[in-house]
Design a protein around this ligand. Sequence first.
Ligand SMILES: [Zn+2]
Length: 250
Amino acid sequence: MATAYRVRALALRKTKLGESDLIVTLLAADGCQIRAVAKGARKTKSRFGARLEPFSVADLMLSPGRSLEIITEAETVTSHNALRSDYDRLRAASVIADFLDKVSVECQTESRLFELATTTLDVIEIAEISDLRALVVAFLVKGMAMQGYRPQLAACACCASATDPGDVRFSLAAGGVVCPACAGADTSVVPVAADVPVAIDALMRARLADVAALTIPEALVSDTFRLVRTFVTYHLPARMKALEAYAREG
Ligand SMILES: [Zn+2]
């Protein structure tokens, strides 16, 4: 019989199972996705309480099951309560959790993903509401880079020649700005304002805690969000419902 093991994990999603159980989708500290059953978690007197709510970080004891792991113990590390009690924070955090749910894979290690995720949620929990959208964009850009889609912003993503600041085009397929010659035959090219790649680059380089200090104007954050969202949707096959909702509600 396989032995129980301990793991620190971020809860991304919960779904009901049977009368009183939950299936919790988790991002483990090593970046692997784990799906685990919390037995009796929906009973009022459950020993798990709120410790497996989405966005909470917990130290878990897991027992390998036949198809899903079984959670036998859960101890809160960070509850991130404010992410569930404030609507704007909830919407922003939902984009993060949905993205992680879709990109993380069982037994596929990516240790930077957990660090990025928990840092982003820590910052979203205390940030000014007006800074939330820039934080979501920063997370998406960094998260996409970890998936192998780091946007090319300095020179043409196809031929490396200099781009024209007065006529900036972004190729979704090439994953960056492209020169007019390369843009010609590329059907995935979208025109963007010249300051959008500059903003993406700044968000890419900034630590999450320093994103607010960039003071990117709201209209530019919106334009940048629109492009990054299109970029994410273009490359990732899964449908990101939370991201769509976030875009819709503005
Ligand atoms: Zn080119």
